[in-house]
Design a protein around this ligand. Structure first.
Ligand code: GLC
Ligand code: CA
Length: 566
């Protein structure tokens, strides 16, 4: 059944709230997406990952689902959804939805029932425990929520606590209950029958908790991981859903593998295991962050080591490639000086630096035009993660508030969630009304309209790169060789299949850098095929190469017909 179409796909991630508002209420919606389908087609992507559009009280913007079979009215109707899905399919674009089933919303019917009494038929859909201490007024264990604070909330009605690894409005589902697993199967099949092509499974590595829910070790930050990341029954559960649902359709199932490395993720993505098809780990995005909120200095050597780890996995593991999503700051601000005069060169270099790797690349909305982080005052952050970090810091240690503000200026999820910049108009072409979230004031300069008009823009570069990548066997199947793992400025790697070799050289510095080791690669005479500078060196000569600020060059070796395509 499985054609593994995702190996030739380029994904575009839509965060619906911020993509395009069709009715002026300031919130992006499905009809807004429909109005942009031709845009996606023109960019050339052939798959979309759509962040949640299900019914939700939006405490975590849709990652708290209160009905898995309904569309949130602010996004539109089921009719709109079907029209969007058909519109994508007509344009050769697959649709992968978000599946958030580690937890539901506390407003889901299941939880509403579950909390009513200890013998309610839905009681065991969630994880309820007696408290510790004399009156049971202490949480059952010391696990902490991923957004800071305790992972348990006490409920008066039955005088027990329920587990929530995220906010208290996101109670964890009890996967040890076979009925819960059957619900997940039914939900998946419901959407597959409608024509949906796959799921991105939210925090799927958390679903199996250790027997007895033992205390975690270490500091009260993300505490308890060792008891639920790839927990005892994870393989059994994934395998079961795979058999009963995922493998019956031509799907892509990609898991958000929070808390795991490429080595560990292998156990859930290797093709013969029949669990997931691929995984989104946090290894790369944690090179410059600890615990998700503490910024560290960017270290290119570590970054390359992570990439190499993924690239060198056995052929039966297919990586996911991404720099951005709705939880990550903008790559152009993060990996370089996205506000500087070399913004355009930087955006293009970053694109090549991951598009030439083996795996399925994801482009997050706005990345294709080089959208940047935003400057926000403390009260302007609206995402629950930043709010909880500020709240906890104020409570625990107020003198460190300036530090928390600094950390959030780099790390908050708000940076990714500012509305899509379609034009220089007051609502950025995103809305005619008042946007649900502040629009980045730089939309006057950075917007789709301007980017599409300028043939030398980041947008056109992405378009050509997407085209180049499609059905390119060297990129899909070729061997990976890191030629300069210890270089602190240059990321230089090779992709090789048969006699043809691509040598990719990326300068991660905003200054001219000499790379003297080119001769060691033994690709003298290789021809330039991709570059972000007009007057670039068009052939590998015997010696070194000097790269301009954020310059990227892809040389091809072993093909007499090589010519520059970008
Ligand atoms: C994932 C989502 C994130 C959400 C969390 C809880 O990490 O990407 O946005 O807050 O899961 O569902
Ligand atoms: Ca709207």
């Amino acid at each position: 059944m499985k054609t593994r179409w995702y190996k030739d796909a380029v994904f575009y991630q839509i965060y619906p709230r911020s993509f395009c508002d069709s009715n002026g209420d300031g919130i992006g919606d499905i009809r807004g997406i429909i109005s942009k389908l031709d845009y996606l087609k023109e960019l050339g992507v052939n798959a979309v990952w759509l962040s949640p559009v299900y019914k939700s009280p939006n405490f975590d913007n849709g990652y708290d689902i209160s009905n898995y079979r309904e569309i949130n009215p602010e996004f539109g109707t089921m009719e709109d959804f079907k029209e969007m899905l058909d519109g994508m399919h007509e344009r050769g674009i697959k649709l992968v939805m978000d599946l958030v089933v580690n937890h539901s919303s506390d407003e889901h019917y299941w939880f509403q029932e579950s909390k009513k009494s200890k013998d309610n038929p839905y009681r065991d859909y969630y994880i309820w425990r007696k408290g510790r201490g004399k009156n049971g007024k202490k949480p059952p264990n010391n696990w902490t929520s991923r957004f800071t604070g305790n992972a348990w909330t006490y409920d008066e009605t039955t005088e027990e606590w329920y587990l929530h690894l995220f906010t208290k409005k996101q109670p964890d589902l009890n996967w040890d209950n076979p009925k819960v697993r059957q619900e997940v199967v039914d939900i998946c099949n419901f959407w597959f029958e409608m024509g949906v092509d796959g799921f991105r499974c939210d925090v799927i590595t958390y679903i199996s908790k250790a027997e007895g829910l033992p205390d975690g070790k270490g500091l009260p930050i993300l505490r308890g991981d060792e008891h639920f990341v790839l927990g005892p029954n994870i393989h059994k559960y994934l395998n079961e859903i795979n058999q009963k649902s995922w493998s019956k359709y031509d799907t892509l199932i990609v898991g958000e593998a929070i808390g795991t490395t490429h080595k560990e993720a292998q156990s859930i993505i290797a093709e013969d295991r029949n669990e997931l098809d691929s995984a989104i780990t946090f290894e790369l995005v944690q090179v410059d962050f600890k615990w998700d909120f503490l910024p560290l200095k960017f270290n290119l050597k570590k970054f390359k080591a992570v990439q190499a780890g993924w690239q060198n996995l056995p052929q039966n593991c297919f990586p996911t490639l991404y720099y951005e999503n709705h939880d990550q700051p903008r790559s152009i601000t993060r990996y370089g000086n996205g506000f500087g005069i070399y913004r355009k060169e930087l955006g293009k270099m970053l694109a090549v630096s991951y598009f030439m790797l083996r795996g399925t690349p994801y482009v997050y909305q706005g990345q294709e035009i080089g959208m940047t982080n935003i400057y926000l005052k403390e009260e302007e952050y609206i995402d629950v993660m930043a709010r909880q970090v500020f709240g906890t810091m104020r409570k625990v240690f107020p003198p460190l508030m300036p530090f928390a503000r600094w950390a959030m200026s780099k790390r908050a999820r708000d940076h990714a969630r500012t509305p899509m910049q379609w034009s220089a108009a007051p609502g950025a072409g995103f809305t005619d009304g008042t946007p649900w979230m502040k629009i980045n004031p730089n939309h006057g300069d950075i917007n789709v309209h301007a980017e599409m008009k300028n043939s030398n823009s980041i947008w056109h570069f992405y378009k050509k790169l997407i085209e180049f990548r499609k059905n390119n066997e060297i990129i899909r199947d070729g061997e990976y060789i890191d030629h300069a793992p210890n270089n602190k400025s240059i990321f230089c790697f090779e992709r090789k299949l048969g006699d043809v070799r691509y040598v990719v050289i990326c300068n991660f510095k905003e200054k001219t850098v000499a790379f003297n080791d080119v001769y060691k690669i033994g690709a003298k005479g290789a021809k330039l095929i991709i570059s972000n500078y007009d007057n670039a060196q068009n052939e590998i000569l015997g010696d070194g190469i000097t790269l301009k600020p954020y310059e990227v060059a892809v040389f091809e070796y072993g093909n007499s017909a090589s010519k520059r395509i970008i």
